[in-house]
Design a protein around this ligand. Structure first.
Ligand code: SAM
Length: 293
């Protein structure tokens, strides 16, 4: 437990799928003026250097954000269009950097903080003893810090206590590291409890596509939970390669409960470009399915 540090994965293909989806959800929910509460159950350190530290060792951003940036520049140079949601995501990442070179990658807390309107609130959970200190320090530097609460607690146990939010408008990002096999079971319990208390909330769950049974079963179990609570869902995956035997993460997915109607169209526009941009071999592909309750 607690060997996971998100800096190793900052700006990876999995971060791209997760953060692009997240940005779309926030944008949609902010179309109405009512206050929005956003809960990030697994926050990490908040923001990461791509030039030194863990990210520079793993170089996962090379196959992620740097590859996407290069691909989209080529699209523009050859007179082709970049899908809006990809451009919007790249612009938000760029805004955390000085100049054109990307030396910093914002994690979900910084992306979410940058999107907060004055009436919105952000609640961040982090359990790692080092990450929580770094997160607190990083968040304290932000002009939105007063709108953000940080909890050094187990979010799976605490989530239900924060639901429903006072404004009854809420988005929950659930992005565990799954380093503990129990995370899969805890996720199911937390989702059932959350939907009992706040059925209309928007829930975005990230997961890695791994051969271990619990990971492969996760979307199936989430569909069952959504169906049992009579909720709509959207399921998407992005695979950048199919290289059996390789240990690196080759695909990841997002499962959204109560997705906005605009999300499927936006992903249908962006996923073919993401697959082309980030694909490493002919196994690169995407999945996009939804169900309306
Ligand atoms: N959401 C972040 C982002 O997109 O930038 C990345 C988060 S990382 C995948 C998962 C984080 O959850 C790790 O920093 C880990 O220490 C933390 N964590 C693990 N179990 C937790 C729990 N039960 N409650 C809160 N945080 C937890």
């Amino acid at each position: 437990m607690f060997s996971y540090r998100h800096a190793f994965h900052a700006g990876s293909h999995a971060d791209i799928l997760k953060h692009m989806t997240l940005i779309h959800l926030v944008d949609y929910l902010q179309e109405k003026p009512g206050a929005l509460t956003i809960i990030d159950t697994h926050a990490g350190a908040g923001i990461y250097s791509l030039e030194d530290g863990f990210a520079a060792v793993s170089k996962e951003a090379d196959g992620g954000i740097f590859r996407l940036q290069k691909f989209t520049k080529e699209l523009v140079n050859t007179g082709n269009l970049v899908p809006n949601s990809i451009q919007h995501y790249l612009d938000l990442i760029q805004a955390e950097n000085i100049g054109e070179k990307l030396s910093i990658y914002p994690g979900s807390p910084f992306i979410l903080a940058s999107l907060l309107r004055p009436q919105d609130r952000l609640k961040l959970f982090e359990l790692h003893p080092k990450e929580i200190d770094i997160l607190r320090h990083n968040i304290s530097q932000l002009k939105q810090a007063k709108q953000i609460d940080i909890y050094a607690e187990d979010s799976f146990a605490r989530l239900k206590g924060l639901l429903p939010p006072p404004s009854r408008r809420g988005l929950v990002l659930i992005d565990p590291s799954y380093e503990d096999k129990q995370d899969y079971r805890h996720l199911e319990t937390a989702m059932n409890e959350a939907l009992q208390r706040f059925a209309t909330g928007c829930y975005a769950i990230w997961y890695p596509c791994l051969s271990r049974r619990e990971a492969a079963d996760l979307p199936v179990r989430m569909k069952k939970i959504a169906t049992a609570h009579n909720r709509s869902w959207l399921h998407t995956e992005l695979r950048v390669e199919n290289s059996p035997g390789e240990r690196r993460l080759q695909a990841s997915g997002m499962f959204i409960i109560n997705p906005p109607w605009t999300l499927e169209k936006s992903l249908a526009e962006s996923l073919p470009t993401l697959t082309k941009a980030l694909g490493l071999n002919s196994g690169a592909e995407f999945l996009l399915k939804s169900f309306e309750a």
